[in-house]
Design a protein around this ligand. Structure first.
Ligand SMILES: [Zn+2]
Length: 365
């Protein structure tokens, strides 16, 4: 949904990967300027801070590119990299299932920060700065020069590396942990353990965030929801493994003709439990009608099925792997698919059916 709202600004692309920046960055910059002014700091000071934040996010971008380029080595493409005030997200087409590949793809990001830190370490007298800083905390604030700038950047990169290595699945460290666990047990169990540990860390981050840093609260929520969702997907995929569409599909269904009136469809919705329908003409499937479109046009008495039916739709075969449907609904907004064998309608599959099937399978195992 959020993408449809044009929440991201396009920054261009690197190696075929779209780089996007979230609109909330405006708030981040506004917040910096506001808090600096409140403290009575000079324009020079504000400019220094803004430049530092931009430099940090260039490091975050390089971190994400590290993941993306390592994934490319294993033929996994990256659609986009999104920069958010709480960090970056590389939208990989999928995570590698091979533990060695997942390990290397996850490690590549923090490794980039490690490399940046090493380069900076040799560019500036880090130890000298650190000694002065420990003696006088205000020392850096009084020196707004390129050296103090790089000193900050050095520490931020060390921080980014260490923070991302915390085993809070689905953060990098958590993925590394899952990859290592997969060497000892199966991926389903490894994900379960890693996500429990991830949720534990999310609670710790939330508590620290409530006291010290509001950004940590967002990161905590992101980790908690991420760990829960990824674990659920892996567990559900395991439940339907080896099962076919035929086992879960609904066969007791109502179909309509393109020339049927919408009143007839509404009647079927009210009298039964079906919400979406298949349109059939001369025993051939010609389209589907979806609940939203039916309700939307329900007041138009002249409306016919053919006026609201979708003629471009995806279908399944009864012998297809159920995993196909599961993967389809993860990336599409339509959950209703007809099942067609030799151009004959044999059933339909929707999300309620799948959920029921999952419940039954979970009881059986
Ligand atoms: Zn990362």
């Amino acid at each position: 949904m959020i993408n449809k709202m044009k929440a991201n600004l396009n920054l261009g692309s690197i190696a075929g990967i779209h780089i996007k920046i979230h609109w909330t960055f405006v708030l981040l910059f506004a917040w910096i300027v506001f808090s600096e002014m409140k403290r009575g700091n000079s324009t020079e000071h504000i400019f220094y801070h803004i430049t530092l934040i931009i430099a940090v996010f260039i490091c975050v971008l390089l971190h994400e590119l590290g993941h993306a380029l390592m994934a490319k080595k294993y033929n996994i493409s990256t659609k986009k990299i999104t920069l958010l005030p709480i960090g970056g997200i590389a939208s990989l087409e999928k995570m590698p299932e091979n533990p060695k590949e997942e390990f290397l793809v996850s490690l590549a990001g923090p490794f980039v920060n490690f490399l940046i830190a090493i380069v900076l370490y040799f560019c500036i007298p880090v130890k000298e700065f650190l000694d002065k800083y420990l003696l006088d905390n205000a020392f850096l604030m009084s020196e707004l020069n390129i050296q103090s700038f790089l000193f900050y950047l050095f520490f931020i990169n060390v921080g980014l590396m260490l923070f991302n290595l915390i085993p809070a699945f689905p953060m990098d460290g958590g993925r590394i942990l899952r990859a290592l666990l997969t060497l000892k047990t199966n991926r389903v169990k490894a994900t379960y353990i890693a996500s429990l540990i991830g949720q534990f860390f999310a609670v710790i981050f939330l508590l620290i965030g409530l006291v010290y840093n509001p950004f940590l609260i967002f990161i905590a929520l992101f980790i908690f929801v991420g760990a829960f969702t990824e674990n659920k997907i892996i567990q559900q995929l395991n439940l339907i493994k080896g099962h076919t569409v035929k086992e879960a599909m609904m066969t007791n269904i109502t179909t309509f003709n393109p020339s049927d009136s919408i009143d007839k469809v509404i009647d079927a919705i009210l009298k039964g439990t079906e919400k979406d329908f298949v349109v059939v003409l001369n025993s051939k499937v010609v389209g589907i009608i979806l609940h939203n479109d039916i309700i939307e046009n329900s007041s138009n008495r002249n409306c016919l099925v053919k006026d609201i039916m979708k003629v471009a739709f995806k279908s399944l075969k009864s012998n297809d792997d159920l995993k196909l449907y599961y993967e389809f609904i993860q990336t599409n907004s339509t959950f209703f698919l007809p099942v067609i064998d030799n151009s004959e309608l044999v059933g339909v599959l929707d999300i309620n059916n799948l959920n029921e099937y999952l419940l039954i399978q979970a009881k059986l195992t």
